[in-house]
Design a protein around this ligand. Structure first.
Ligand SMILES: Cc1ncc(COP(=O)(O)O)c(C=O)c1O
Length: 420
C-alpha cells in the first residue's frame, strides 16, 4: 500500500488535517510536496470525452482556467480548513468578493453590507453595482435588529465580516446569520480574519443550539494561507452544490485564472497556518494589553479586550478553545491631542514595523487610517475617540522586540509634543 493511501483516523486539528490531507501522488513518488501541474490546453482522448466532461466539478479536467491537479488540491484543502464541501480559487481576495457579488446580484436587487466591511467591497456597491441597477444599504454589525429592519423583499445578498475591517468591532455573527436564515436571504462572510481557525464558519449554532446556515465563506488567501506577503489569491467556499455551480459559472465567465506557482506557494505555507496564526494571535494580544495601559493611547481595538466593541460576541464565538483565538491585528486610536503630523511621525519612528497594507505575513506592519468618509452610520463613530486610527498587523518577530519598538516610537511622539 502506498504511504499516502493508508486509512487515517479522523483529527479535529487543522494542522494535522492539512498536513495529512489525502492526496494520491504519481505511482512510487510520495513526497511532502504537491507537483505543479500547468496547462491552458488539456488534451481529450476523444470527442465523446469532450461531451462527457463537466467543468463545474472536480471529476475531470477541461481547460486550464477551470483547474489543474495542483489547484484542485488547494481547493480541497481550503474546503477542509473551512469545513466546506466546495471551493473556487480567484486571483485575489477582492476578486473573490466581487465574484460573489456578480454571481448573486441581479438588476433590481439589493445588497446589505456591515458599515465596517472591507472598504473596496463597499466601494464596489457604491460605484459599480449602483450603475447596474443594484441598490445597497449598510447596517450596524453589532445590532442584528438593524439588519432585520433593512432587509427588503428585493434583498439578494447580505455580507458579513468578523471582525470588521480596520476598526475591528466584532459582530453579533450568530444573530446576523439567524436574521438572514429567517428571511431566507443568502449570506456571505468575509472570513479572512477568522481564516477557518478562530471559528468554524459552516458549523455555527445560535445560543439555543440551533444550527445556523452560512451560505458562502470568502477568504483572502493573500493573508494567512500565503503567510509570505508575496502572493495574491482568494477563495470562495460553499456547502451547497447548486450555489457552487452558480459561482463556478460566474468564475468561468470572468476568466478568473490563478497561476500554479502561486498555488504551490500557498500549498507549501498551509501546513504551518495554524502555528503562525496562533503565534501572531499571542503576540497581538500581548501588544494590545501593552497599548491599552499606555497614556498616549486613547482606545485599543482588539476583540479580546473587554473595552473593544463586540467583545462579548467574540468571546461567545472564539473564546472557548484552550486559547481564545483572534487574528494578529490590533488597532488603536491615539490620544486626541495627536496632530496628523504626529500620527505620521509615529509610523515613521517605528523600526521593526514597516509601513504597508495587508497582514498575515512574517513582517509586522503599521498603517494610519482616517475614518472620515469610511463609515456611513453615526453609531460606528460614537465609540471612536478620534478620526485617526493606527492599525498594526503583527508578524512573526519576537513580541518583546515589537513591544520595545512601540514603546520607543510612542516616547518619540511624547517628546515632540512636549517640545512644541
Ligand atoms: C478583510 C479583507 N478581505 C479581503 C481583502 C482583499 O484581499 P486581496 O488583497 O487579496 O485582494 C482584504 C485585503 O486587505 C481584507 O483585509
Amino acid at each position: 500500500m502506498d504511504e499516502s493511501s493508508k486509512p487515517l483516523r479522523p483529527s479535529r486539528s487543522p494542522s494535522t488535517q492539512l498536513i495529512h490531507h489525502p492526496y494520491t501522488p504519481p505511482e512510487g513518488f510520495a513526497s511532502p510536496a504537491t507537483p505543479v501541474a500547468k496547462g491552458s490546453t488539456i488534451f481529450f482522448p476523444s470527442m465523446e470525452a469532450v461531451r462527457q466532461r463537466d467543468w463545474a466539478f472536480k471529476t475531470t479536467y477541461t481547460y486550464g482556467l477551470h483547474g489543474t491537479p495542483t489547484s484542485f488540491v488547494l481547493e480541497e484543502r481550503l474546503a477542509a480548513l473551512e469545513g466546506a464541501k466546495h471551493c473556487i480559487l480567484a486571483p485575489s481576495g477582492l476578486a473573490a468578493l466581487n465574484m460573489v457579488n456578480l454571481a448573486l446580484l441581479k438588476p433590481g436587487g439589493r445588497v446589505l453590507l456591515p458599515d465596517n466591511v472591507y472598504g473596496p467591497n463597499k466601494y464596489f456597491a457604491e460605484h459599480f453595482l449602483q450603475s447596474y441597477g443594484i441598490e445597497h444599504a449598510v447596517y450596524d454589525p453589532l445590532d442584528a435588529q438593524d439588519l432585520a429592519q433593512k432587509l427588503t423583499p428585493n434583498t439578494q445578498l447580505v455580507w458579513l465580516e468578523a471582525a470588521g475591517s480596520v476598526t475591528l468591532e466584532f459582530p453579533d455573527l450568530q444573530g446576523l446569520i439567524r436574521v438572514c436564515n429567517q428571511a431566507k436571504v443568502p449570506c456571505a462572510l468575509d472570513n479572512t480574519w477568522g481564516a477557518g481557525l478562530a471559528f468554524s464558519p459552516f458549523d455555527l449554532r445560535d445560543q439555543d443550539g440551533c444550527a445556523l446556515q452560512l451560505d458562502i465563506s470568502v477568504h483572502a488567501l493573500t493573508k494567512y494561507p500565503s503567510g509570505g506577503g508575496d502572493v495574491l489569491m482568494g477563495s470562495v467556499c460553499t456547502q451547497n452544490p447548486e450555489l457552487h455551480k452558480t459561482l463556478k459559472r460566474c468564475h468561468m465567465q470572468l476568466g478568473f485564472g490563478v497561476g500554479m506557482n502561486d498555488v504551490e506557494a500557498i500549498l507549501r505555507a498551509l501546513p504551518s497556518i495554524e502555528l503562525r496564526y496562533t503565534a501572531q494571535d499571542r503576540s497581538a494580544q500581548q501588544l494590545a494589553r501593552f497599548l491599552a495601559q499606555h497614556p498616549a493611547v486613547a482606545q485599543v481595538r482588539h476583540p479580546a479586550l473587554p473595552c473593544s466593541p463586540g467583545h462579548v460576541y467574540w468571546q461567545r464565538l472564539c473564546g472557548h478553545k484552550p486559547h481564545s483565538q483572534a487574528a494578529g491585528l490590533v488597532s488603536f486610536f491615539p490620544h486626541a491631542s495627536w496632530s496628523d503630523a504626529q500620527v505620521d511621525a509615529f509610523c515613521e519612528a517605528l523600526q521593526w514595523f514597516k509601513i504597508g497594507y495587508s497582514w498575515g505575513g512574517p513582517v509586522s506592519l503599521v498603517m494610519a487610517y482616517d475614518l472620515r468618509g469610511d463609515r456611513d452610520l453615526a453609531v460606528s463613530m460614537e465609540s471612536a475617540p478620534s478620526k485617526r486610527l493606527l492599525r498594526l498587523c503583527i508578524g512573526l518577530e519576537n513580541p518583546d522586540d515589537l513591544q520595545a519598538d512601540l514603546a520607543q516610537a510612542l516616547e518619540t511622539i511624547h517628546r515632540q509634543a512636549n517640545a512644541s
